[in-house]
Design a protein around this ligand. Structure first.
Ligand SMILES: COc1cccc(CC(=N)NC(=O)c2cccnc2OC2CCNCC2)c1
Length: 383
């Protein structure tokens, strides 16, 4: 059976045509098991305490060695410990939602899944939900049906907090995508990208021509853009929430949540703003730092990648804004700047010399049916 597990879950069938948006099943706390799901005898459930350096390091190592790879198995995401701590501890997080599976005897961490709270509007309804991320089973334990157990256990623990919906992304097609998105890359260090096999030298192109072609601007188009500061938060949050209201699927942020997600954090989050004469934020660009291990390359160990986060252009154009993001990312020594074709991103791909990637990223909602969206109707970014 293609989807032995997913056909048992409250998600729309692949072929479903839905009209109205809304929950698929209705359960109450009484319907939720109070005890953890059963695990095969060798394994035990643990809570990963991301405030513990050693447990955070265990999580880092599990993901560094066993998490998502590109389709050609040349690269594997290499989330840093400080990134993971940031991603897992937004306001109102629960430590119970940082679930690990360890081998009883050796205490080796062999599985993980996480949830964080998020208010996500779907069409005209704000849904209290969680964002599921970092589902990972050790390479040596694949095909043992561990992932369905991790998914059921995180679902149970989220339900215990009276939350019944979730959002998640995956490179694979499951029942049933809310949107199918393409990813696009903008070379910043073409020489290295060609050396590691991320990009190839087009025919008739020389390396020096390639370097020249991808050279970024010398100066910011928006000369007054500067790093976000705490004093900007109120107006930046209002600006972002207002901007996101035009998308069919988008989060809403409190000022506290905004500051957690956008405060500049070295090697994790970069956020620049432009303010008007009243010191109100009018434009924002932001990206997160997600390197990838380069599998089997002796000269280069790591691909430095910036991933576009949330951007708002009101006194400039999105093209000029992202041009400035590229300049700052180059200055921060990133090799590549990655985007999905969500928001209005397809307006700048060509002019800013992005190249389309070789895969798709699907967006999903759990226990919530809604008509399929075009990628440009998505205003939600998962880490
Ligand atoms: C270049 O190194 C890679 C290492 C692992 C996977 C991929 C391909 C891939 N799967 N890319 C994405 O999912 C992706 C491409 C552009 C923007 N965001 C993305 O994913 C984000 C959001 C979902 N969680 C992972 C990071 C590339």
């Amino acid at each position: 059976p293609t989807h032995a597990f997913w056909d048992t879950q409250p998600v729309p069938k692949i072929a479903d045509e839905v009209e109205q948006s809304g929950p698929i099943e209705f359960k109450t706390l009484d319907d939720v098991r109070k005890d953890p799901l059963g695990l095969p005898g060798l394994f035990e459930w643990v809570e990963i305490d991301v405030n513990s350096q050693t447990e955070l390091q265990d999580l880092y190592t599990l993901l560094n060695e066993n998490y998502v790879e590109d389709d050609d198995n040349m690269f594997r995401f290499d989330y840093s410990p400080s990134f993971l701590k940031w991603a897992l501890q937004p306001p109102h997080y629960y430590k119970e939602w940082h679930i690990g599976v360890r081998v009883k005897e050796t205490k080796k961490l062999v599985g993980f899944i996480s949830a964080i709270p998020a208010d996500v509007r779907v069409e005209d309804k704000v849904v209290k939900m969680v964002e599921i991320n970092f589902l990972c089973v050790h390479k040596k334990l694949r095909e043992k049906r561990l992932a369905p157990v991790l998914i059921k256990e995180i679902t149970r623990r989220v339900n215990l907090k009276d939350i019944w919906q979730a959002s998640y992304t995956a490179g694979v097609v499951l029942p049933r995508p809310v949107a199918v998105c393409r990813y696009w890359h903008r070379s910043l260090n073409p020489k290295k990208l060609i050396e590691v096999g991320f990009s190839s030298l087009p025919p008739k192109m020389t390396m020096s021509l390639m370097i020249k072609y991808y050279r970024v601007a010398e100066q910011l188009k928006n000369a007054t853009m500067r790093k976000l500061e705490k004093k900007d938060c109120e107006s930046a949050t209002a600006l972002l929430n207002q901007y996101l209201s035009k998308y069919r699927v988008a989060p809403t942020f409190t000022t506290e949540e905004f500051w957690h997600w956008f405060e500049p954090r070295e090697n994790v989050m970069t956020c620049y703003v432009k303010v008007d004469s009243d010191n109100k934020v009018t434009d924002i660009f932001s990206y997160y730092n997600l390197p990838s291990s380069i599998i089997g390359n002796q000269k280069h160990k790591t691909l430095k990648a910036a991933f576009s986060f949330y951007n708002v252009a009101t006194t400039t154009t999105i093209k000029e804004l992202i041009d400035d993001a590229l300049l700052v990312a180059k200055k921060e020594e990133f090799d590549v700047y990655n985007c999905l074709d969500i928001f209005e991103n397809d307006k700048f791909f060509k002019d800013l010399k992005f190249a389309v990637g070789d895969g798709n990223l699907q967006y999903y909602l759990y226990n919530y049916s809604t008509p399929l969206k075009h990628s440009s109707e998505i205003g939600l970014v998962l880490l």
